[in-house]
Design a protein. Structure first.
Length: 90
């Protein structure tokens, strides 16, 4: 029975020691992370991402529309050439 009591006391001491270590670690790391550090990290992440301004979006849309119009005109000319060549054979 004495062995069990001794082991229990040793475990209680280890638990108290571990709780004390956890408290010290929490204090150390909570002091390292203040609001300025978090804001700096968020600003860095946001600056690394590429955001499109409304002018860039409009420019991209206009460029896509221009390419679409060119493709439609080119396809129309090709279809007209095919139709003309079919009529020449007839």
């Amino acid at each position: 029975m004495k062995d069990v009591n001794v082991q229990i006391k040793e475990l209680e001491l280890k638990i108290k020691d571990l709780e004390h270590q956890i408290d010290r670690l929490e204090d150390r790391y909570s002091n390292q992370l203040d609001e300025n550090d978090i804001r700096a990290v968020i600003d860095k992440v946001l600056s690394e991402k590429e955001f499109a301004t409304p002018k860039q979006v409009e420019s991209s849309v206009n460029e896509s529309h221009l390419q679409l119009v060119k493709w439609i005109i080119g396809t129309g000319i090709s279809v007209a050439a095919v139709i003309v060549s079919i009529f020449q054979f007839i």
